[in-house]
Write a protein that binds this ligand. Structure first.
Ligand code: NAI
Length: 258
């Protein structure tokens, strides 16, 4: 019998990472490549990824960059086409990560910003997952990992559009899991707490970081690498009986939210 750790091996698989030019997406592209997957990095400015792609190739990984704006429905299928043709194989794993934040009181949230949040975090993630599901169902297997947020599980002040978009993505995860299980496609979500990326700078600028830290039982912010274990579990054969799961990765934060 194979060693249980071999079930985490992604050799021979291909992954598409949206929002791969920074933060969690960039880190996870490297992680999935190190676990053996060929990786397609999607970003609005794909040329910004040239150095990362070169770095991954120099390490012996298969990698490419494709232009991707998840708010442009007409460009999503072509981006998948390009990713699969550059990697030379169908995509098995979607790390559905592109997202934006908006921290503002409900009463003051602007129409433009609310549209930006829902168009990216919910509609963009929906359309990416739909394209993934169509392709994965056609070849009978796949894993979609939606990047939600602890803000989608519990209410947080000044996070109305962001929190609602992530709660919507969690609900979508459940419905997709239900509909796609019989087609061999698993759909799960990660619900990170406060992870140290550019997104976190929004809280620092507003001087509310200290208050947040006090509500994290582990008394530290997360690092992108704190997501690796759950990502590899959901992406690989190790998570083969998991679908519809929403995994908090937050140092216990949602347990002491208010
Ligand atoms: P980030 O700002 O570094 O990464 C977001 C990425 O999405 C960027 O590369 C950005 O260019 C890309 N993006 C934004 N709009 C896009 C569009 N229309 N099309 C394609 N790409 C687009 O921030 P971070 O933290 O790495 O965020 C990644 C995901 O993790 C987001 O969905 C975010 O909501 C989620 N998240 C982050 C948390 C945190 O504390 N950093 C906590 C919970 C969830």
């Amino acid at each position: 019998m194979n060693h249980p750790m071999s079930r985490f091996d992604l050799s021979g698989k291909a992954a598409f990472i949206s929002g791969a030019s920074s933060g969690i997406g960039l880190h996870t592209a490297r992680t999935l490549a190190q676990a053996g997957a060929a990786v397609a990095l999607g970003a609005r400015r794909a040329d910004r990824l040239d150095a990362v792609v070169a770095e991954l190739r120099a390490q012996g990984h298969t990698a490419c960059a494709v232009p991707l704006d998840v708010t442009d429905p007409a460009r999503i299928a072509p981006a998948w086409q390009e990713a699969e043709s550059q990697l030379g194989q169908p995509i098995d794993i979607l790390f559905n990560n592109a997202g934006v934040i908006y921290v503002e009181r409900f009463i003051s949230q602007s129409h433009d910003e609310v549209s930006r949040i829902f168009d990216t975090n919910l509609k963009g993630a929906f359309l990416m997952a739909q394209e993934a599901a169509r392709r994965m169902a056609a070849h009978g297997s796949g894993s979609i990992i939606n990047i939600a947020s602890s803000s989608g599980l519990r209410a947080g002040g000044q996070m109305s559009s962001y929190g609602a978009s992530k709660a919507g993505l969690i609900h979508l995860t459940h419905i997709m899991a239900l509909e796609l299980a019989s087609k061999g496609v698993r759909v799960n979500a990660l619900a990170p707490g406060n992870i140290l990326t550019d997104m976190q700078a929004e809280f620092a600028e507003r001087g509310i970081e200290e208050g947040i830290l006090k509500r994290i039982p582990m008394r530290r912010f997360g690092e992108p690498s704190d997501l690796d274990g759950a990502t590899l579990l959901l992406a690989s054969e190790a998570g083969r009986y998991m679908t519809g799961a929403v995994i908090p990765i937050d140092g216990g934060q949602i347990l002491s939210w208010m």
